[in-house]
Design a protein around this ligand. Structure first.
Ligand code: PMP
Length: 442
């Protein structure tokens, strides 16, 4: 009892001391996170999870073997810290591999920095370059953390939505039907603009920006002296012979672009959280400052295994056995399968040109979900919650990828992840077919 009394009076005195605001101002308005909410819903209710973006199949054997070899090697130093800005074998192979693709002679020590996933690479970019008063252009729909990371750095996000040009003749929609309006994009650049975030292939739509669109963005960046943070985590997941263009390889862009990649997406190992940034030294040296004052270092063994993975891929580049050829081939089949499955039940798919996501139009299913008059929550969010609770199928509402002011303009779409085993996709199809039968039976 005495102990309890003592601890109560201690917490009371702490509360008394902490009567001023606890939360730092930079956290205002960014405390809610869609993933926390939807990941919890999926783990509580879903039997089929096509929500969060991760493969439910294993990484390739060569990568797992490289990890195990790194763990069991004589060199026990792989269990210790390595170089802060990237394990030397990994930065060396990344420089070699991407130097060719970017048309640059990359110095592993100054033009490459390894991060804790692409997520930390993004965080470093916003912290290193964005100040109060700076604006950052974000193309909607966008991977949601861009907005909060800009705000946390004190900057102001400026949004420009892709516009849907509905296809004629009853053809299926494609992610290519979502296009930038050149005049609208140009109107967003101002003296305050510090950077633009480009994500191609784009999460959530799967849009692969065309060379024309890239050149438009590049010209505006050069004209207004603006930086580009190019999030290319889905660079290998491109379908139907489409080309992934690296904006840093366009005229005038190398000096102003940070290119971001992820071993999680590249090698189907999202849990390893190995990412990287590529760029000129005058940009990367500032990312170093953020990195060394935040996480400082990434897991050595995982970096070693990713280095081995890239070594293999360099040797097999462009050959049929390359994982960067095999993975998109496999995923394109899964995409086509889910497209057919959704189309058959009337959940109209937008065929993605890249990534492992597929957005579908839920308008035909609207009548199933009870209406909540005057709800602030976008319709697709209520729909996705209802679907996971009542049908066991998890997906993510598209409105989650829009800023607050635009959420309700795009609230009849949901996003599915198709990087899943055949059995998982079949289970999703069964849920949809059953639902469709229940809808149509009298
Ligand atoms: N960018 C985009 C567009 C993403 O979709 C993701 C992961 N969903 C990331 C960055 C983060 O990648 P990582 O897991 O390597 O941190």
């Amino acid at each position: 009892l005495l102990l309890l009394k003592a601890s109560n009076s201690l917490s009371l005195s702490l509360q008394a001391k902490m009567s001023r605001p606890l939360q730092a101002r930079r956290l205002e308005g960014i405390d809610k996170n869609i993933w926390v909410e939807f990941v919890k819903l999926a783990s509580t209710y879903s039997t089929v999870n096509l929500g969060q973006g991760f493969p439910d199949f294993p990484p390739p054997d060569f990568l797992k073997e490289a990890f195990m070899k790194a763990l069991s090697r004589e060199n026990h130093m792989l269990h210790q810290y390595t170089r802060a800005f990237g394990h030397p074998p990994l930065v060396k192979i990344l420089a070699q591999f991407f130097g060719k693709l970017l048309g640059q002679d990359l110095d592993p020590m100054t033009n490459v920095m390894v991060t804790v996933g692409a997520y930390q690479a993004l965080f470093c970019c916003f912290q290193a370059f964005v100040d109060e008063g700076d604006e950052v252009i974000i193309i909607e729909p966008f991977f949601d953390c861009y907005e909060s990371m800009v705000k946390m750095a004190g900057g102001t996000p400026v949004f420009v939505p892709l516009k849907l040009k509905a296809p004629k003749d009853g053809k299926l929609m494609s992610s290519a039907d979502w296009q930038l309006d050149p005049a609208e994009l140009a109107s967003k650049f101002s003296k305050q603009t510090k950077a633009i975030v480009l994500n191609s292939p784009n999460n959530p739509l799967g849009k692969v920006f065309s060379r024309g669109e890239m050149e438009l963005i590049a010209d505006l960046c050069v004209k207004h002296d603006v930086l580009c943070f190019s999030d290319e985590v889905y660079e290998w997941l491109v379908y139907d012979g489409k080309e992934h263009i690296r904006i840093a390889s366009l005229q005038g862009m190398w000096d102003r672009t940070v290119t971001i990649g992820s071993a999680g997406k590249t090698f189907s190992a999202t849990g390893w959280k190995v990412g990287w940034t590529l760029g000129p030294n005058h940009l990367l040296k500032h990312l170093h400052t953020v990195h060394q004052n935040s996480v400082y270092h990434c897991a050595t063994v995982a970096q070693e295994a990713v280095a081995q993975g890239f070594q293999r891929e360099l040797e097999l580049y462009g050959k049929p056995d390359s994982y960067f050829i095999q993975l998109p081939k496999l995923l394109q089949q899964k995409r086509d399968w889910l497209v057919q499955s959704l189309d058959a039940v009337g959940m109209k798919p937008i065929v993605p040109e890249g990534t492992y996501f597929l957005v579908a139009d839920i308008s035909e299913f609207k009548s199933d979900v009870p209406d909540v008059p005057n709800s602030d929550e976008p319709y697709d969010s209520r729909f996705a919650k209802w679907m996971v609770k009542n049908k066991g199928l998890a997906a993510i509402p598209l409105s989650a990828f829009y800023c607050g002011a635009h959420k309700n303009n795009y609230s009849h779409f949901i996003r599915f992840c198709f990087a899943k085993e055949e059995a998982t996709l079949k289970a999703a199809n069964d849920v949809l077919q059953k639902w469709k039968r229940e809808k149509t039976s009298p």
